[in-house]
Design a protein around this ligand. Structure first.
Ligand SMILES: [Zn+2]
Length: 92
């Protein structure tokens, strides 16, 4: 299974830290399995020196919580829906 989008079968192995940037070529901790589209987009991000956000971490879920576990909103309160954290908006 692709570790980037978790929806497509993984067909390629990616170096998380590119070898050209000093990543270990054979260290399993530096390897992840990706599908072709994810691998292509990550390689483009690496070349542009951007941080690649895997599709599974983009946007938010049905409750409005960010999918990215390192997002500040997710870190602050992982078990409360984001919308609750906005506080009371209207008194009814
Ligand atoms: Zn993928």
């Amino acid at each position: 299974m692709c570790q980037g989008c978790e929806t497509a079968p993984a067909t390629e192995v990616d170096h998380i830290t590119p070898i050209g940037k000093g990543g270990a070529p054979r260290d399993r901790a530096n390897l992840q399995s990706l599908c072709k589209p994810c691998h292509v987009s990550k390689t483009h991000a690496d070349k542009a020196r951007r941080t690649w956000t895997p599709p599974k971490y983009r946007g938010c879920d049905e409750q409005g919580n960010p999918r990215n576990p390192s997002h500040p909103w997710a870190v602050q309160s992982p078990d409360r829906p984001f919308l609750d954290r906005l506080g009371p908006t209207k008194k009814s």
